[in-house]
Ligand binder design. Sequence first.
Ligand SMILES: [Zn+2]
Length: 715
Amino acid sequence: MSTRRSFFKQVAVGATAWRTLDFSPPSFAAPAPADPASADPSVERRPAWLGDGIVAAGYLEPLEFYVRRGDAPGDVSQRWKEDFNDAAVQRYKEMGVNLVVMPLHKGMGLKTESSSIDAARKFTEIAHRHGIKVAGYVGSSMFYETFYAEEPDAPGWEQVDERGRPMYYGDQTFRHAACRNNPGYRAFLRKVLQLGVTEVKLDMFHFDQLQWWPEPLSCHCKYCQESFRAYLRQNYTDDQLTQRFGFSYLGGIRVPDFNLDSPPVRSPSELKDPLRQDWARFRCASLADWWRETHEYIRKLNPEVALLGNPTLAPANNCGFIYGIDLQQLLQHSEFVWSEEGNQARWTADGRLVSMIRSYKAARSLGKSLFVTQWLLPNHAYHAEGPPRLRLAEAIAYNHANIGVVGGGWELGGHDLPLELQKYVDFFRRHNKDLVGTTPIIDVAILRSFASIEFNPAKSLVSTVLMEQILLQCKFPFGLIFDTHLQDLSKYKVLVLANQDALSDEQLNQIRRFVEEGGGLVATEATATLTEWRKKRDKPGLADIFGIALDGPQGGEKNPKPARREFGKGRVAYVTQVVPEIEPPPATMSYYFSNQYWKLPKNYEELSEAVRWAARREFCAQVDAPLWVTMELTEQKDTNTWFLHLLNFKEEQPLTDMRVQIRIPAGMRVREAVLESPDESGRRTLSIEGREPALSFMVPKLDVYDFVSLRLERN
Ligand SMILES: [Zn+2]
């Protein structure tokens, strides 16, 4: 703690700033581990109705918005309204839908949108009679044409660029972005939440654009400026500030500019500027702070109301830097996160496995589930991207009891699903009790350290995404983990650090302890050569574990060689490089590593063999199948059951006779193994071979999706 303040600091921040701004600075706690025991139970307890699993439909937009946007069909008003009667709700019920997202506040103003709000209220009444829950959509922009007349203070709530100009919503320049660090806007949103809970009787809220705008469009409003300085004060002592910036006086610190006029600041390939690093971290922390406040407020209004947000999730991009999204902070404060990424499950003609599995796994490792739009009207371009059955299979296998959005208004999926998809929804509903309360079994954890992935994406992100691709296609039971998970690595067999170059001393100690106690470690390239501030270490951070200096091909070590050795009770393997099959895009800070680059790396066999070696070849499940088959293994502790999910990404090529090896906990045996699939009716009992704990069985056939239940019991 810093007790001594400099003269400059007293003048700058001692008393004046907050008073003139008339708001109190938010408190930015560092991300804490997702430990339910330490959290406020009234906020952390999940609404009971979530135990039914989620099959959703959506409307999202108010009628007034369709009209103002100007691209809706002439009969929009009729079409929009006819979805809200008793017959439509009855039809959803038949489809298995149990949650519908309705418009609540797009941003035109509560009066301007009052007829849509009223429609949502009436729809909610009908839906509740049929046992269907309703969520309310809340946007993040302000339509100044009407909103500013209704809310006279709203012009002061705008996000502004470095020239003080508003941020537009793309080409819809009539929508200005509101700043969630602005106390006035926060108060207005509380009014919207109150209306949603007390008058519309909603069961959930869905916040769109749960993110900041990409650079150079960072908000430079006075609240962001002052909160940023408060964030720095809270996170650093005077000594640390001096180490970080060369001075400790914060009065002159501003949100970093991009020199919008001429010429723009060149986007570097790696973020070394300490202030820009902290600005990116601040964007994440302040968004998470507002999200926490929102979650707590909703729960106070009604503990049975859930929260969902759409943060433009795309785990192959460095979204922490681009959009100010740090999932490990955000997902402490809601039940769901939405993804609109264009990675619909498919096997491409050039041999890439495209999936949303990273997003599913990221959400699950933080104990939450993902919302995905699975089905739009059949003529929608969306359906060109891969077989829809596979999308639903992916959600059943990798999500936590949430199959996603399968219907909705005329812009979404309508009221009818093709029969082959309805079979998947029916299967999901029938197996709800097998999907809730499960957790993935993770033998191999791959780290996404914030300071590496977000600030050196062309290297750390690329190697990590490609390594994840190997873990997925080579069918390891794996999970994505974040900095917060390093505090307890004991449940994993292997930790993978794919070019995670920036790690703190504390993190290195956690990793070292894990290996000493018997964990396996696989590292590549320049892992641990920098501190979390991205300063070069005097001595590579894991040199003692590997017995060599890991400086990577471009680093100080002239010819780094692959290494394998025992360390403590564990095993460590170093691979010099993850070698991309397709040349990645040039290095830049806002990095989009889209699925066109997701081909398995050239040396995927060397890398997967390193993981096997580090784990002493002991995995809870291994499936002998081609690279276009993926698997997920989950467990339900209450019922002593394991569930193995198998997906075939080549829909047109069914597979037969796949050998599955499993390794069950000591002292247990398999009472029953049953195979079911929405592609085929009936249940098939599988015969188990081998001696505990190493067992195996044969899967006779896989069309698109197989579901194997393994009921365990004590020996
Ligand atoms: Zn702002």
